[in-house]
Design a protein around this ligand. Structure first.
Ligand SMILES: O=c1ccn([C@@H]2O[C@H](COP(=O)(O)OP(=O)(O)O[C@H]3O[C@H](CO)[C@H](O)[C@H](O)[C@H]3O)[C@@H](O)[C@H]2O)c(=O)[nH]1
Length: 341
């Protein structure tokens, strides 16, 4: 059955890929985005677009919506350290307004884009949702505050909510991909080196307690991530839109419940392994330079996604790093072609 969804931040990387998946599943999608970091040309064809802020969501939200998928947020760790107020005002204050608008409109299903940054430096890996949350940046703290806010809203006002804590999202889905300005994420930066747009990739720290001394991360394909959002919607919606895989272990998220799920593949790859994979996939040389550690980078971040597997019936199918990098490479080349034309 077709449903109607509001996707905040649907002009951004993950939001646009999820919006594309919802449209392909036959749903009606409104993208709410102020284009402060998103891209108008990233909004998938077929979505209705409203240019606006989440603080003003009450103007757009009405009882005809079945659920909200909330991606709109600032997400640069370094920027959040330099300008924390920006993160509290937008990520936390904006979400408070969005939750109030949802309550007023009677929209009682929410899927929220949370992050591994809520955990900070983990005591052990893989990280489960019961791990201590001790974020090391205002960005992570703002996302954790929103998770707490959603739990309170669910308990007090009967919201059915799922927070998905992403590990390192990567890859692309057709013409929807990762492009930040300035770019700070490893895979797009290494691809820019392969394209000859940068001279070399800086390797931030080679003395971590990991097999090759560089940081280890759990890279998850953005399309696998998108599928988890559709399953989360199904689990939290009053009547499921589709019959998801997952069998008997799968349990619904009822009004009043806030389910938190990590999303990652459970495999770690080092910075050096990522660089080597880019060399193999692109066939281009990628010079590297040793650089000091970047403040706040944990040595190893690897997810246990067992909750998403058990509760949502989620099964990632694109865990291969070379495949993830190949899709990101296709997107990088697509961006170049569209800039040239
Ligand atoms: O030029 C670079 C860029 C990154 N790295 C390294 O590559 C790894 C991955 O870095 P990213 O910036 O791609 O990703 P992060 O692990 O820092 O970031 C992820 O986790 C963050 C919180 O920790 C936020 O959630 C963020 O949005 C999410 O992508 C890190 O070890 C980083 O030090 C380099 O060596 N050189």
């Amino acid at each position: 059955m077709s449903k109607k969804y509001l996707v905040t931040g649907g002009a951004g990387y993950v939001g646009s890929v999820v919006a594309a998946h919802l449209l392909q599943a036959g749903h009606e999608v409104t993208v709410l985005d102020d284009l402060s970091t998103g891209h108008r040309d990233g909004i998938p064809a077929g979505a209705r677009f409203v240019e606006g802020r989440i603080q003003d969501a009450a103007q757009w939200l009405d009882p005809s919506y079945d659920a909200v998928l909330h991606f709109a947020a600032f997400s640069q760790v370094g920027e959040s350290v330099a300008d924390p107020e920006k993160y509290w005002r937008n990520n936390v204050g904006g979400t408070m307004d969005l939750l109030a608008a949802m309550r007023d409109a009677g929209v009682r299903t929410l899927v929220f884009s949370s992050t591994a940054a809520t955990y900070g430096e983990p005591a052990s890996t893989p990280i489960t949702e019961s791990a201590e949350t001790a974020p090391t940046s205002p960005y992570g703290a703002s996302k954790l505050a929103v998770d707490h806010m959603i739990s309170g809203e669910a308990a007090a006002h009967g919201l059915a909510a799922v927070s998905l804590r992403y590990f390192n999202v990567a890859g692309a889905y057709g013409t929807c991909g990762e492009r930040h300005d300035p770019e700070s994420h490893l895979i797009p930066l290494v691809l820019q080196v392969a394209q000859g747009k940068r001279e070399a990739i800086s390797v931030y720290g080679e003395d971590y307690p990991t097999p090759d001394g560089t940081c280890v991360r759990d890279y998850i394909h953005v399309a696998d991530l998108a599928e988890a959002h559709l399953l989360a919607l199904d689990a939290a919606s009053p009547s499921p839109a589709t019959t998801p895989a997952g069998g008997a272990s799968r349990r619904r998220v009822n009004p009043g419940e806030h389910l938190i799920c990590n999303l990652g593949n459970g495999n770690g790859f080092s910075v050096r392994e990522v660089i080597e994979t880019v060399r193999k996939v692109t066939g281009h040389p990628v010079p590297e330079i040793a650089a000091p550690r970047r403040a706040g980078d944990p040595a190893v971040l690897v997810a246990s996604a067992q909750t998403a597997i058990d509760r949502l019936g989620w099964r990632p199918s694109r865990a291969d790093l070379a495949g993830i990098v190949a899709d990101a490479w296709q997107f990088a080349q697509h961006l170049d072609r569209t800039k040239e034309s």
